[in-house]
Structure formats: C-alpha cells, structure tokens
Design a protein around this ligand. Structure first.
Ligand SMILES: Nc1ncnc2c1ncn2[C@@H]1O[C@H](COP(=O)(O)OP(=O)(O)OP(=O)(O)O)[C@@H](O)[C@H]1O
Ligand SMILES: O=P(O)(O)OC[C@H]1O[C@H](OP(=O)(O)OP(=O)(O)O)[C@H](O)[C@@H]1O
Length: 239
C-alpha cells in the first residue's frame, strides 16, 4: 500500500487531474469533501488530505510514503526527503513587497520589520543582504501587515499580483520561484521501490521534460550509493 499526502487548499484541485491522468484512482475525492483519508484498497493507494505545511512532516517521518507540496514550503522547512518530480502546477513566486512609496530603505529605521509565513527564508534573505531584520510571523492575510503599520515589508507568495495591487503594495524583489513537487520518504524508496517508481514514472509521463531525482533537504544531502545505483538507470541526474 502506498500512502500519499496531498496538500489541501489551492493545490488539491490541480493535483487530482494529474493523478487521474497518470492512471491513479481519484473517484469521490473532491476538494470540498470533509473526509481526510481516501483508501482505494484494490489499487493499493491511500491518500491523506493534509495542510500544505504539514506534508513534509508526514513524509519525512514515514506516515506517508509520498507527498505533494509547494517548493516554497520545502525551502522553508528543508525536510530530509527526496524531491524527484516537479509537477509544474501551483506556479508562483516568493517576493518581498512594500507599500507604494515606501520601497526605499532610507525611509526605514535600522531594523526592517518583515511580516511573513516564511521566517527561515526571510531571515536568510535579509542576513545575506546584511540588513538587520525583525520577523513578524503570521499565518495568513500577510498583505494586511504593512497597511496597518505592523510591518515595513512582507515576504509572501505572488501569482497574479492582484492581492498586492488591492493593498497598494509593490513587489521589490523575487526571492524564489515555486511549483508543486512530489516528495518521497527515504525508506519508502527502498522498501516500496516498485510502487514508488511506478507512480513517479506515470506522473513524469504527464509532465514531459521533467525527471530529476534530487535530495530536497538537509542542505542537499545526497542519496546513499545503493539508492543512487537503484535509480541511476532511470534517472541520470542522480548518478
Ligand atoms: N496565489 C497562488 N498561486 C499559485 N500557487 C499558490 C498561490 N498561493 C499558494 N500557492 C501554492 O499552493 C500552496 C498551498 O497554498 P494554500 O494557500 O492552499 O495553503 P496555505 O494556506 O498556504 O497552507 P497552510 O494552511 O499550510 O499555511 C503554497 O504552498 C504554494 O506552493
Ligand atoms: O498574486 P495573487 O494571485 O493575488 O496571489 C497571492 C495570494 O495568494 C496567497 O494567499 P492565499 O489565498 O493562500 O491566502 P492566505 O493569505 O491565507 O495565505 C498568497 O499568500 C497571496 O496572498
């Protein structure tokens, strides 16, 4: 049985058609269902519907073999998992923004107050620029913070830019670009090799041009040689 943690919310509606196209069951699994576990016993598949930011924990700790999660979340959490497929859905960027007219740093006191859901990425970004920063961790509606004077800057996801525009905010810099990724538990790759590889290959066929098996977390720790060898024939990027 393969257990797959899917991100609920924005990504779920784009993930389900990909799995269906790859030949995996999705019957009765809809975005508005209140059920959190969907088991297709005859196909050996169980889906868990979890918060996007919880997907890496499920996969890293083996509660799920596989997960679907945004690169933004992986960059923030740096989990110790494989990240073999870019699903190319949920495209957005992680950007720094400020109120229009307040883009210049000379208007700010020495420490920049930044509201974000991404404290680790944000701290690293400002540290690398040598700018003292105070992080204000929020869990949503980040664009409100500068409007209310809670922060000088935000670091948040931007897709169309409509949310920024609606709050008179302007994008100052792009920190990273994000799409949804398939992640794989390290032990599951060995113990459920055939089932994992069948899913990866089926999803890759729906995403022409993709196919890197890279370690997502822990500073890019490389797979052990046995895992590398097992995958190298199919995935040269690992060799
Ligand atoms: N506006 C957007 N356009 C495209 N993709 C987005 C957008 N906002 C978020 N995403 C992608 O979808 C993922 C899930 O976003 P969503 O807004 O559904 O959940 P969330 O509220 O961020 O999750 P959590 O409850 O864990 O904080 C993000 O991590 C990102 O990869
Ligand atoms: O550039 P846009 O197309 O306007 O999209 C960007 C918005 O989408 C996400 O918010 P979400 O809807 O996930 O709400 P949240 O504030 O709860 O994170 C993100 O945090 C931005 O607010």
């Amino acid at each position: 049985m393969l257990t797959i943690a899917l991100s609920k919310g924005k990504l779920l509606g784009q993930t389900l058609p990909l799995f269906a196209e790859a030949g995996y069951p999705t019957k009765d699994l809809t975005e508005d269902s209140r059920r959190l576990v969907f088991t297709y016993g005859d196909r050996g598949i169980t889906y868990l519907i979890v918060r996007p930011s919880d997907v890496p924990a499920y996969v890293e700790h083996g509660a799920a073999d596989i997960g679907v999660v945004g690169k933004d979340v992986l960059l923030e959490q740096n989990p110790d998992v494989y990240e073999p497929v870019d699903l190319k859905i949920g495209a957005c960027r992680l950007s720094v923004a400020a109120l229009r007219g307040q883009e210049s740093r000379s208007r700010l006191s020495s420490k920049v107050r930044v509201a974000t859901k991404y404290p680790t990425i944000t701290e690293r970004y400002f540290n690398q620029k040598g700018i003292p920063v105070e992080i204000i961790k929020l869990y949503g509606s980040i664009e409100l913070a500068p409007v209310l004077g809670l922060a000088d800057r935000i670091v948040d996801l931007v897709e169309t830019g409509n949310t920024l525009k609606a709050h008179d905010l302007v994008e100052i810099d792009v920190i990273a670009r994000s799409t949804a990724r398939l992640i794989v538990n390290r032990a599951s790759l060995k113990l459920k090799y055939q089932a994992v590889m069948s899913l990866l290959e089926a999803l890759r066929r729906t995403r022409p041009g993709d196919g890197k098996m890279v370690a997502a977390g822990r500073g890019g720790k490389r797979p052990r040689s046995a895992e590398r060898g097992a995958l190298a024939g199919r995935d040269r990027s690992l060799a």
